[in-house]
Unconditional design. Structure first.
Length: 115
């Protein structure tokens, strides 16, 4: 079992996993909304670019949220992902542009929670 330190933000649970930064060869801590209704973990394009991942060869996928039509995203593999002090290894994430006025830029989905 993993013990997580959580915070609350706008009626949501926020966790702080660490994502592998290819540019700096070390982990980067990211705040994510813990969303058991999300199938996949999602990151804003800006975060992925800052971590040094290329979207050039990423698979294009269609994603949707509650009340939204399908949105195109890119699916790629992060080299390493750490949650609650446990390294989970490579993790698939969907990358898309989150709205500019949103305070959310990352969602932890069930593909990671199931680990």
């Amino acid at each position: 079992m993993i013990e997580l330190k959580v915070e609350h933000f706008c009626c949501s649970i926020v966790v702080s996993p660490r994502l592998w930064n290819r540019n700096k060869n070390k982990f980067y801590t990211c705040s994510m909304i813990f969303d058991t209704g999300a199938t996949m973990t999602a990151l804003d394009t800006k975060i992925v670019n800052s971590l040094g991942y290329s979207l050039k060869n990423a698979k294009e996928v269609s994603v949707n949220g509650i009340g939204q039509s399908n949105i195109l995203a890119k699916r790629l593999t992060l080299i390493d992902f750490e949650l609650g002090g446990v390294e989970l290894g490579p993790v698939l994430v969907d990358v898309l542009d989150f709205p500019e006025d949103s305070s959310i830029s990352a969602v932890l989905g069930m593909n990671v929670v199931k680990h």
